[in-house]
Design a protein around this ligand. Structure first.
Ligand SMILES: CC(C)(COP(=O)(O)OP(=O)(O)OC[C@H]1O[C@@H](n2cnc3c(N)ncnc32)[C@H](O)[C@@H]1OP(=O)(O)O)[C@@H](O)C(=O)NCCC(=O)NCCS
Length: 151
């Protein structure tokens, strides 16, 4: 057995394997005879801050991850300084990050939080995230761009 980096010439066989791995989701691309663009992989950061009286009091750090034909967004870090919470800063910041991600056409936006973090979970649900997988310590939530929340 030998492990090596994939090369462009592997594209056809990788595409075959990939379509076996995702037969339903990738049906359309397979039927069109498309090869998986293995060279297409990138991460675009979205970094926003919120200011109060010209002082930064919070930030959100999100990413658009693209590989092959698939694109998804992640909300990775999200924080508002304690004394500025409960006034809508977090919601507005999160909504702006989603708006920016949405322009990049992700299939889904994911966020993971500790399951005890009721405040954050409630906020995520309020802006349109739905409850996803519950782990031992964490809870995944997802936001489906096709199911726009009512504002
Ligand atoms: C999660 C977090 C970013 C939310 O920030 P925030 O600025 O307090 O968020 P908001 O003010 O938009 O919303 C919080 C609550 O205040 C309420 N609120 C919104 N606008 C308000 C206003 N003008 N006046 C009073 N309350 C308001 C919201 O209704 C919300 O309550 P609800 O969830 O019961 O509906 C912040 O609590 C935080 O930094 N927590 C620690 C880090 C963290 O947990 N990050 C997420 C990890 S994944």
């Amino acid at each position: 057995m030998k492990i090596r980096n994939a090369k462009k010439r592997d594209k056809k066989i990788i595409s075959n394997l990939y379509y076996q791995l995702h037969p339903v989701e990738e049906k359309e691309n397979r039927e069109k005879g498309l090869l998986i663009p293995i060279e297409k992989s990138k991460i675009k950061p979205i970094f926003l801050v919120v200011e109060e009286n010209k002082r930064v009091v919070g930030f959100v750090w999100a990413h658009l991850i693209q590989y092959g034909f698939f694109k998804y967004g992640t909300i990775d870090e999200f924080f508002i300084k304690k004394e500025f919470r409960g006034k809508g800063a977090g919601s507005n910041l999160l909504k702006k990050a989603i708006e920016k991600l949405e322009k990049l056409n992700p299939k889904i936006i994911l966020v993971c939080t500790q399951k005890e973090n009721k405040e954050a979970i409630k906020l995520y649900q309020r802006v349109g995230f739905e409850l996803g997988k519950l782990g031992k310590r964490n809870l995944w939530l997802y936001w489906n761009p096709k199911k726009k929340p009512s504002k």
